[in-house]
Design a protein around this ligand. Sequence first.
Ligand code: CMP
Length: 139
Amino acid sequence: MSERTLAIIKPDAVKNNAIGDIIASYEKSGLTPVAMRMMQFSKATAEGFYSVHKARQFFDSLCTFMSSGPVVVLVLQGDNAIKTNRELMGATDPAKAAAGTIRKAHGANIEFNAVHGSDSPETAQFEIAYFFPLMEIAG
Ligand code: CMP
Protein backbone atom coordinates (compact mmCIF):
# COMPACT_ATOMS: atom_id res chain seq x y z
CA MET A 1 0.00 0.00 0.00
CA SER A 2 1.43 3.34 -1.02
CA GLU A 3 1.72 5.72 1.92
CA ARG A 4 3.63 8.80 2.99
CA THR A 5 6.07 9.42 5.81
CA LEU A 6 7.95 12.46 7.05
CA ALA A 7 11.75 12.39 7.10
CA ILE A 8 14.20 14.92 8.50
CA ILE A 9 17.88 15.04 7.63
CA LYS A 10 19.15 16.45 10.93
CA PRO A 11 21.72 19.25 11.52
CA ASP A 12 24.59 16.78 12.09
CA ALA A 13 24.07 15.07 8.71
CA VAL A 14 23.64 18.41 6.90
CA LYS A 15 26.93 19.66 8.43
CA ASN A 16 28.65 16.43 7.35
CA ASN A 17 27.60 16.97 3.71
CA ALA A 18 25.48 13.82 3.78
CA ILE A 19 22.28 15.25 2.22
CA GLY A 20 22.95 13.71 -1.21
CA ASP A 21 23.95 10.32 0.15
CA ILE A 22 20.86 10.10 2.37
CA ILE A 23 18.44 11.16 -0.38
CA ALA A 24 20.07 8.57 -2.70
CA SER A 25 19.41 5.93 0.00
CA TYR A 26 15.72 6.89 0.08
CA GLU A 27 15.44 6.67 -3.70
CA LYS A 28 17.26 3.33 -3.88
CA SER A 29 14.82 1.95 -1.29
CA GLY A 30 11.76 2.91 -3.33
CA LEU A 31 10.97 6.02 -1.28
CA THR A 32 10.17 8.89 -3.63
CA PRO A 33 10.46 12.48 -2.35
CA VAL A 34 7.14 14.25 -3.06
CA ALA A 35 7.87 17.41 -1.03
CA MET A 36 11.11 18.81 0.32
CA ARG A 37 12.37 21.95 2.07
CA MET A 38 15.59 23.08 3.66
CA MET A 39 15.13 25.27 6.73
CA GLN A 40 16.42 26.05 10.20
CA PHE A 41 14.04 25.24 13.05
CA SER A 42 13.48 27.75 15.81
CA LYS A 43 13.57 26.18 19.27
CA ALA A 44 9.77 26.55 19.38
CA THR A 45 9.38 24.74 16.04
CA ALA A 46 11.47 21.84 17.35
CA GLU A 47 9.50 21.78 20.64
CA GLY A 48 6.19 21.65 18.78
CA PHE A 49 7.39 18.91 16.46
CA TYR A 50 8.68 16.74 19.31
CA SER A 51 5.91 17.62 21.79
CA VAL A 52 5.15 13.91 22.42
CA HIS A 53 8.58 13.74 24.06
CA LYS A 54 8.19 16.84 26.25
CA ALA A 55 8.28 14.89 29.51
CA ARG A 56 11.52 13.10 28.58
CA GLN A 57 14.80 14.13 30.18
CA PHE A 58 16.43 14.55 26.75
CA PHE A 59 13.71 16.89 25.40
CA ASP A 60 15.52 20.21 25.88
CA SER A 61 18.81 18.89 24.55
CA LEU A 62 17.03 17.31 21.55
CA CYS A 63 15.28 20.60 20.69
CA THR A 64 18.49 22.61 21.11
CA PHE A 65 20.28 20.22 18.74
CA MET A 66 17.44 20.21 16.18
CA SER A 67 17.48 24.02 16.05
CA SER A 68 21.30 24.29 15.93
CA GLY A 69 21.64 24.35 12.14
CA PRO A 70 19.81 23.76 8.87
CA VAL A 71 17.81 20.58 8.28
CA VAL A 72 16.13 19.07 5.22
CA VAL A 73 12.49 18.04 5.71
CA LEU A 74 10.97 15.63 3.18
CA VAL A 75 7.74 13.80 2.52
CA LEU A 76 8.61 10.34 1.17
CA GLN A 77 6.08 8.23 -0.69
CA GLY A 78 6.17 4.50 -1.47
CA ASP A 79 4.86 1.07 -0.53
CA ASN A 80 4.83 0.78 3.28
CA ALA A 81 6.84 4.02 3.38
CA ILE A 82 6.76 4.33 7.19
CA LYS A 83 8.16 0.85 7.85
CA THR A 84 10.51 0.96 4.85
CA ASN A 85 12.03 4.21 6.09
CA ARG A 86 12.36 2.98 9.68
CA GLU A 87 14.22 -0.12 8.46
CA LEU A 88 16.41 2.02 6.23
CA MET A 89 17.22 4.43 9.12
CA GLY A 90 18.13 1.64 11.57
CA ALA A 91 17.89 1.73 15.37
CA THR A 92 17.56 5.11 17.12
CA ASP A 93 20.98 4.54 18.70
CA PRO A 94 23.51 4.31 15.82
CA ALA A 95 25.62 1.94 17.97
CA LYS A 96 22.74 -0.55 17.72
CA ALA A 97 21.88 0.13 14.06
CA ALA A 98 22.42 -2.65 11.50
CA ALA A 99 25.08 -2.42 8.79
CA GLY A 100 23.83 -0.65 5.70
CA THR A 101 21.44 1.64 7.58
CA ILE A 102 21.57 5.44 7.44
CA ARG A 103 22.18 5.82 11.18
CA LYS A 104 25.01 3.27 11.09
CA ALA A 105 26.65 5.24 8.27
CA HIS A 106 25.96 8.80 9.44
CA GLY A 107 24.89 8.82 13.11
CA ALA A 108 27.29 9.50 15.98
CA ASN A 109 25.13 8.69 19.02
CA ILE A 110 21.49 8.47 20.17
CA GLU A 111 21.09 12.26 20.00
CA PHE A 112 23.16 13.05 16.90
CA ASN A 113 21.54 10.29 14.87
CA ALA A 114 21.40 11.89 11.38
CA VAL A 115 17.74 11.32 10.48
CA HIS A 116 14.20 11.25 11.78
CA GLY A 117 11.29 9.22 10.38
CA SER A 118 7.63 9.02 11.40
CA ASP A 119 6.84 5.95 13.52
CA SER A 120 3.12 5.39 12.73
CA PRO A 121 0.40 6.54 10.28
CA GLU A 122 -1.01 8.91 12.94
CA THR A 123 2.41 10.45 13.60
CA ALA A 124 3.08 10.73 9.85
CA GLN A 125 -0.15 12.64 9.37
CA PHE A 126 0.70 15.10 12.17
CA GLU A 127 4.32 15.50 11.09
CA ILE A 128 3.58 16.02 7.38
CA ALA A 129 0.90 18.62 8.18
CA TYR A 130 3.32 20.36 10.59
CA PHE A 131 5.57 21.34 7.67
CA PHE A 132 3.64 21.05 4.41
CA PRO A 133 0.26 22.31 3.27
CA LEU A 134 -1.46 19.61 1.18
CA MET A 135 -1.26 21.76 -1.98
CA GLU A 136 2.58 21.72 -1.83
CA ILE A 137 2.84 17.92 -1.93
CA ALA A 138 3.33 16.45 -5.43
CA GLY A 139 1.13 13.61 -6.76
P1 CMP B 1 14.01 10.76 16.45
O1 CMP B 1 13.68 9.62 15.55
O2 CMP B 1 14.18 12.09 15.81
O3 CMP B 1 12.87 10.89 17.56
C1 CMP B 1 13.11 11.40 18.84
C2 CMP B 1 14.56 11.67 19.08
O4 CMP B 1 14.92 11.81 20.42
C3 CMP B 1 15.37 10.49 18.59
O5 CMP B 1 15.36 10.43 17.20
C4 CMP B 1 16.70 10.77 19.23
O6 CMP B 1 17.49 11.64 18.46
C5 CMP B 1 16.30 11.45 20.50
N1 CMP B 1 16.47 10.56 21.62
C6 CMP B 1 15.81 9.43 21.87
N2 CMP B 1 16.25 8.87 23.01
C7 CMP B 1 17.22 9.67 23.47
C8 CMP B 1 18.06 9.64 24.58
N3 CMP B 1 17.98 8.64 25.49
N4 CMP B 1 18.94 10.63 24.73
C9 CMP B 1 19.01 11.64 23.84
N5 CMP B 1 18.23 11.72 22.75
C10 CMP B 1 17.35 10.74 22.57
